[in-house]
Design a protein. Structure first.
Length: 182
């Protein structure tokens, strides 16, 4: 459903999707969920973001991603999705969902923490905070598939990142998806 210019966005929403995988265990996935809810809440609290972000449960397998893409497509209130790969989330499991998604996509390339705790980094911290790898792989697969999207790099505490995120779910240019480069 096209949105007319100067239309109030109060009846619309953008879904906030977080990628991870079961490899890390339930305790890590609970932390991933809590931290992704914090990121979504920070964006929702910002006056820069004119539409409500709706946090969705962490996506950890291809079927859940596919179903979420189809649900977003069929919900007239959803005007776009924002995706963040909190941990290393194999891009391969996103292929079918990305291919089916027909709503504007914003790839938020961020991390849960504003700064890294260099003095205290350990293996558990590294497993929990793999956005640096997951987001890059996610960006790569989007490019290979020719998925139109906007990518915003930076932490949501940065006003510039929030403002760019707010503009990120504008509809992509008309026309077919571009072919992947070889």
């Amino acid at each position: 459903m096209p949105i007319a210019h100067n239309t109030s966005l109060e009846h619309y929403e953008v879904w906030f999707l977080t990628g991870s995988q079961h490899l890390y265990g339930e305790d890590v996935l609970k932390q991933v969920a809590a931290q992704s809810q914090e990121i979504a809440a920070a964006l929702n609290a910002s006056s820069d973001v004119p539409v409500k972000l709706v946090w969705k449960p962490v996506l950890t397998d291809a079927d859940a991603i596919r179903r979420t893409a189809l649900e977003a497509n069929s919900d007239d209130a959803v005007i776009g999705v924002t995706a963040w790969m909190h941990t290393f989330s194999p891009a391969k499991m996103w292929i079918q969902g990305l291919d089916l998604l027909r709503k504007p996509l914003l790839h938020l390339h961020t991390q849960a923490n504003v700064a890294l705790p260099w003095a205290d980094i350990d293996f558990d911290f590294m497993n929990l905070n793999q956005a640096a790898h997951g987001d890059r792989e996610f960006g790569y697969i989007q490019s290979r598939l020719g998925v139109p999207r906007k990518t915003v790099v930076g932490h949501v505490s940065n006003p510039r990142s929030r403002a760019r995120s707010a503009r990120g779910n504008a509809p992509p240019p008309a026309g077919p998806r571009c072919a992947p480069s070889s």
